[in-house]
Design a protein around this ligand. Structure first.
Ligand SMILES: Cc1cc2nc3c(=O)[nH]c(=O)nc-3n(C[C@H](O)[C@H](O)[C@H](O)COP(=O)(O)OP(=O)(O)OC[C@H]3O[C@@H](n4cnc5c(N)ncnc54)[C@H](O)[C@@H]3O)c2cc1C
Length: 460
């Protein structure tokens, strides 16, 4: 028996034969309510388009979402944003969110501990880019030679607008730029892991430079750190769903797209488990493996699918340790070297006093450890940073095996554009050709771009 047919957004059975091309009255179908899909949905809804979002999970947010931890709502992984996430911040403002309600914004300040000497680097209240150059020159814990080498590299990169004729690994770039092993280990490696979630030996120098360019040039506030004050769901996914629904849109959770329906090289709809949903504009905003599976059966899209299947992935493990409320870290965010934990966040800023989130990028010795062992090891590392060396009252480990695509040198060749060879089908997601690593900003930019393509096509 054929599944019943609906037009995207309508509850009733319908036939799409008479529907015109793209117009505001005809709903646009978005598959996936992660940050990319919701960004597309919000951008379209704000301009009067009717949007239907189908999401396979029971909640929106994708890889940046809330999960339950006893009495607390925690995130599936601690997220950090920077002032240069301009599309994300613009979109949040456009749906009525006030930045100061959802983020604690501080000028760039990096405190990295371990490997013999503490490193403290902060931007200075000087015009851009001197705020960073001056900050590097004044960094504590680096020799004069190391500071000079870092500033010279920053200056050379700035002069060539952070562009590279050919991609190479971050390790190759740093070596070429005369950064010594100690400086790499204590500054560049932690920065690269934090921004690209890929080790410097494989990470794309081009993507690394794209983040440095956006953070360190232009407005001085671009380098600011933005730590969410509340659970990730509240800083965008949930308000975005409300925004779309208040504008004649519809977000359905727990509904997976199983098949794309394509005829004469045009998208005509999709199939979910029990329904056919007709639509002539579809934004496919699912993770790369899910996208590849949906694209593969269609000859025009099989090449894209094949490239997506070649992407590899990096994990992020977050160890949550809950201490008594009065326990605080010296800094809201602390980098660690030579330990399992690479960054530790004090979640008192998120209204969760006593809760610490220890973040471990990519696979390593911790991958093979049982949660119990890992908690014991990370507790021991964190207790050394806390006055009195307290033990946690409660703990949890969240392992995201495919947290991000591996942002490796040359990965751009595998990343597809938003536009596909099939009319009306668009790709959104952090993995698309944004030039950015897998980040919230990359996801949001890709969603906004799809929305703009659709609106451009709708113009007479
Ligand atoms: C632990 C962790 C820490 C991170 N830290 C940071 C950070 O500090 N800063 C930063 O900028 N970024 C960070 N990231 C990366 C960031 O979260 C992602 O880049 C971003 O969330 C990706 O959004 P997306 O919309 O592209 O994809 P996703 O979030 O993967 O969204 C895709 C959605 O599609 C749904 N879906 C899948 N298949 C189907 C289907 N067939 N039909 C319908 N729906 C489907 C999924 O359920 C999901 O909700 C982190 C990621 C993780 C996991």
């Amino acid at each position: 028996m054929k599944p019943p047919v609906t037009v995207a957004g309508s509850g009733s059975n319908a036939d799409d034969a008479d529907l015109p091309a793209v117009m505001k009255s005809k709903p646009i179908l978005v598959l996936g309510a992660g940050w990319a899909g919701l960004a597309a949905g919000v951008e379209l809804a704000a301009r009067g388009y009717s949007v239907q979002v189908l999401e396979s999970a029971r909640q929106p947010g994708g890889r940046a979402r809330c999960v339950r931890f006893g009495e607390l709502n925690i995130d599936n992984g601690q997220h950090l944003l920077i002032g240069a996430y301009r599309e994300t911040l613009r979109l949040m403002e456009s749906i009525g969110l006030r930045e100061s309600d959802i983020f604690a914004r501080t000028p760039l300040r990096l405190a990295i501990r371990g490997h013999g000497q503490d490193l403290d680097l902060a931007s200075l209240p000087l015009p851009s880019p001197m705020h960073i150059g001056g900050g590097l020159m004044r960094a504590r814990g680096l020799s004069l030679r190391q500071r000079g080498a870092a500033v010279k590299m920053a200056y050379r990169l700035w002069r060539r607008k952070f562009a590279l004729a050919e991609d190479c690994t971050v390790a190759m770039l740093l070596e070429h730029e005369g950064q010594n092993t100690d400086l790499i280990r204590r500054l560049w490696e932690p920065l690269c892991l934090a921004t690209l979630n890929t080790p410097i030996s494989r990470a794309s120098a081009r993507a690394f430079l794209a983040v440095l360019r956006d953070a360190f040039t232009g407005n001085r506030g671009n380098a600011d750190l933005l730590i969410p004050r509340t659970g990730l769901g509240r800083i965008f996914p949930v308000p975005a769903v409300d925004f779309i629904e208040q504008r004649d849109g519809h977000v359905q959770l727990g509904r997976r797209a199983n098949r794309l329906l394509i005829e004469d090289n045009r998208i005509i709809g999709i199939e979910t488990g029990d329904k056919t949903v007709l639509a002539d504009q579809v934004v496919l905003a699912v993770p790369p493996v899910a996208a590849a599976r949906l694209l593969q059966p269609h000859s025009a899209l099989a090449g894209t699918a094949e490239r997506l299947f070649q992407l590899s992935y990096e994990s992020i493990t977050t160890v949550y340790l809950h201490y008594p409320e009065e326990v605080r870290l010296a800094n809201a965010m602390l980098g660690l070297i030579g330990t399992h934990a690479q960054w530790v966040f004090d979640r008192s800023l998120c209204g969760q006093p006593g809760l610490m989130a220890a973040v471990i990028s990519t696979d390593g010795p911790h991958t093979l450890m049982e949660n119990r062992q890992l908690i014991a090891a990370v507790s021991e590392e964190i207790s050394r940073l806390l006055p009195g060396g307290p033990s946690p009252l409660n703990s949890a480990v969240i392992r995201e095996k495919r947290a991000t695509f591996a942002c490796e040198a040359g990965v751009d060749a595998l990343r597809p554009e938003a536009r596909t060879p099939v009319t009306g089908l668009w790709l959104a997601g952090d993995y698309t050709a944004t030039g950015y690593p897998a980040t919230l900003e990359g996801a949001v930019r890709s969603g906004v771009q799809c929305a703009r393509h659709i609106m451009d096509n709708a113009r007479p």
